[in-house]
Design a binder for this molecule. Structure first.
Ligand code: PMP
Length: 353
């Protein structure tokens, strides 16, 4: 007897052990930590929190602040220990043996892993040859498979592009199951967001995170937006008290300083365009257009793993995505501070020349 499910034993664990680098642009994080004043507020929050009591059940202050921010009715927002936890809850609630999820390919590796853990059937819908979303392929998949869940990542990691808004409406009309849009990077796209279709769309769930635009990857905080009747179902798949009141308080603190974070997002977007122009001038490198805080580049005539290693030797850590479907020869790099971006361009130009 195998103690674990065969699909679990066959999985490669989702981990990373890369060491310490002077320029770390491998995880699409924000390059700046929160300012000292915000951290002082965080200390006061710790002091004011009772550790011996269970927190309230619904993290009311944070969910209300998010509903208010996006003009959603009460009961539309659920918070999670990172948006990944909400994704897991969604899959648990909607998927299982003989149930199907359609996933973009290439995309965030965790989707396929969670589908396998649920014992669900995962069907890849490939991007077009230029790596843009292929809406007709999605409509065909919906008609052919009638999936319980259809997942879009918009902007997509690691290709950086959004699912076209008009086509999303058509897909929502046709999809019999849930349409989940993971918008971990939407703040960098000028808020191209499916949330505007709520509350009209009962089969839509939008996922957001504090890990990227809110410089909070270390906090582990994300949220889901859906009509309240769908949020009630989703909540059943979350553990009680899944988000610590301290983390929820830090999220509310960040929302109280939204202007500061929005200004940082504008800087990242400006840097993305500058970095992308500089990279395009390098020999043997093509940069794909991006609406996120990272860039996907393809190297001509060079082995991506080798370039990745040579960049590491120069203190620059990027992500080697060359083994993803359709991404042979590709690396992904997050947009850093201006100084970090200079260092990335310099290191790449040395390695490629
Ligand atoms: N969705 C996508 C597409 C991502 O790339 C990432 C981060 N790598 C996440 C979600 C992360 O989610 P969180 O940190 O909110 O769990």
């Amino acid at each position: 007897m195998s103690r674990f499910k065969p699909e679990v034993e066959a999985l490669a664990a989702y981990t990373m052990r890369e060491g310490v680098f002077s320029v770390k642009v491998n995880q699409n994080e924000a390059p700046w930590d929160w300012p000292a004043e915000f951290k002082e507020e965080a200390v006061r929050l710790v002091e004011a929190t009772a550790f011996h009591r269970y927190p309230p059940f619904d993290e009311a202050a944070l969910t209300a602040a998010l509903e208010d921010r996006w003009g959603l009715e009460p009961g539309s927002v659920l918070v999670g220990n990172g948006s990944n936890e909400l994704l897991q809850a969604l899959f648990l609630a909607a998927l299982g043996p003989r149930r199907t999820v359609c996933l973009p390919s290439p995309s965030f590796a965790l989707y396929g892993q969670l589908a396998l853990l649920c014992g669900a059937r995962a069907l890849d819908v490939p991007m077009a040859p230029d790596l843009a979303y292929d809406p007709p392929a999605w409509r065909a998949a919906v008609r052919r498979e009638a999936p319980e869940v259809l997942l879009l990542c918009s902007p997509n990691n690691p290709t950086g592009n959004c699912f076209p808004a008009g086509d999303l409406d058509a897909l929502l009309d046709e999809a019999p199951g849930l349409v989940v849009v993971d918008e971990a990077y939407a703040e960098f796209s000028g808020e191209k967001s499916a949330r505007r279709l709520l509350p009209r769309r009962e089969n839509l769930v939008v996922l957001r995170t504090f890990s990227k635009a809110w410089a909070g990857a270390g906090l582990r905080l994300g949220y889901a937006m859906a009509v309240p009747s769908a949020a009630i179902q989703l909540r059943k798949a979350l553990l009680p008290y899944n988000v610590s009141p301290l983390t929820a308080g830090l999220g509310a603190l960040a929302l109280g300083h939204a202007g500061w974070f929005e200004e940082r997002v504008r800087r990242i977007v400006a840097e993305r365009e500058r970095l992308s122009a500089a990279l395009r001038r390098l020999p043997g490198l093509a940069a794909y257009p991006s609406e996120a805080n990272f860039l996907l580049v393809r190297l001509a005539g060079r082995e991506a793993g080798q370039v990745h290693a040579e960049l590491k030797a120069r203190g620059v850590l990027v992500r080697d995505v060359s083994r993803y479907p359709m991404l042979e020869g590709c690396l992904r790099l997050s947009v850093g501070t201006p100084e970090e971006n200079e260092a990335v361009v310099k290191a790449l130009s040395e390695v490629l020349s």
